[in-house]
Ligand binder design. Sequence first.
Ligand SMILES: Cc1ncc(COP(=O)(O)O)c(C=O)c1O
Length: 446
Amino acid sequence: MPSAHITFDQTGDKIAGRIRKMRPSAVRNLFAAAVRPDIISLSGGMPDVSLLPASAVRKATRAAVEDERAVALQYGGTDGRLETRQVVCGLMRDLGVRCKPDEVMLTTGAQSALDLIAKTFIDPGDIILAEGPTYLGALQAFSAYEPDVRCIPFDDEGMRMNLLEAELERIGKDNPRLKFCYVIPNFQNPGGVTMVPERRKRLLELSREYGFLVVEDDPYGRLRYDGGHMIPLKALDSRVIYLGTISKVFAPGLRTGWIVAPRDVLARINLAKQGTDLCGSSFDQIVVEHYFTDTPWEKTLQKFLDVYRERRDAMLGALDEFFPPEATWTHPDGGLFVWVTLPDYVDTGSMLGAALDAGVTYVPGDSFFPDGVTGRNCMRINFSYETPENIIEAVRRLAKVIEERLELYRIFIAAGAIKAPDGAEASEHSPSRANSDGFAPDGQPA
Ligand SMILES: Cc1ncc(COP(=O)(O)O)c(C=O)c1O
């Protein structure tokens, strides 16, 4: 008699097709490697929570443990605590967005907001527009619902509106399959670029003209090291679905994010959320609420900014000093990431083993495209987590690995074993097809 007990290995034919097609997150896989003491990690997206003052964390946590224990340990409403949503309204007001608590839903980080939005809007085959490359966690969240994700390249002013328009013309006006455009306008992950105001306005005009929703994901907007504040899309158009999080300005371990959306949209997302988790963590929400009301969090944020600015400068300086001339990279005004582009013939996925041997990690660029192929010659490197000294050393190690790869390719190309790709010579300093900001002439991140 076959056993009713099914082990993991025996479940193969029971697994849903959509899960079978999903790819594991390169970042999550690299987590394990990154804890090795000999490795300097440039692969994460982690803030440096050691910068948080113990007194502020203690104060915020004490409120949940002592003053509001009965509520903190209990189930809460699906939309989240009213008091915490009021705090979120205050945070949104600082950014120029006016909203009421009933236009806010608290989520288990912005990541679960992405999943809820996908669950609410995407039927298999629906078209989703996104920057390419884009946040790999969004691609993962969307992919479970089997959409057709079309990537629109960006340049150093954000998503390229002429290429978006060309794609929209192919899709057609009011196409019921076209659901939303997902954008990270500030210090994009992984690109580090910011969408300029004219393009923000144009995106909203196109959303009205072609009939699609705009999902604005903004975890990094407050992490600005140079230049002025950019008005969120949500402040320009109330139909925008805005995603926020405390992960990069407070603590990702508290898993608290939010959606700001019109009430009718939130009512649908609420239905989706009931099946997902009934409600978020009341405990975490109370801690968040007290952190942003009872502690000098803006002073702490300033400390984050000062430290990250120094780390970003260390990374950009080290890239200038150590990286070969064939490499190009973005120059972010904020956020956590630099996007590096190498010549077409370099595969950063296959180079990762050599980088690990050299004691450094990064995220291969193909992780940030839905086809898992585009971006193979690129990588994302993070500057928030390691000290400036470690960042400089990591970039030096990485430069050596890249240089060895390039040397190998030069030998292959000179021997005629492989064809020189467009623009690549077998010379020592073959020109990259990208310009100084890491973009090819057609705007495709090279
Ligand atoms: C663009 C983007 N969206 C969402 C998230 C998820 O954030 P959270 O920690 O709030 O789930 C991240 C995390 O790195 C991110 O970079």
